[in-house]
Design a protein around this ligand. Sequence first.
Ligand code: FES
Length: 107
Amino acid sequence: MEKTSLIQRIKVAAVDDIPQKLGKTVTIGPHEIALFHLETGEFRAIENRCPHKGGVLVEGLVSGEHVFCPMHDWKINVNDGQVQKPDNGCVKTFKVEVENNEVFIVL
Ligand code: FES
């Protein structure tokens, strides 16, 4: 039996909407997502809540491939969602695609 594909691809921004090194909050159904525009021009999307005490990650400082939580400065990799040592934890990541100057999140 063939599996039904439930992949959703949702347009969430235009590339120029989000300056580099900043983020935008995107809500899709139950997911609150922090979408970041990196210095490299690439986009990354992660869950918008820090695993420590729920800091809002979209308000954090973006540096290279990491975001620093605005509450207590935990450093989180935006590629794999891993909290960097000495702290521990991870956030969910979401796939991002860019096409014709538009940014999509794939669920
Ligand atoms: S809530 Fe993010 S570091 Fe404490």
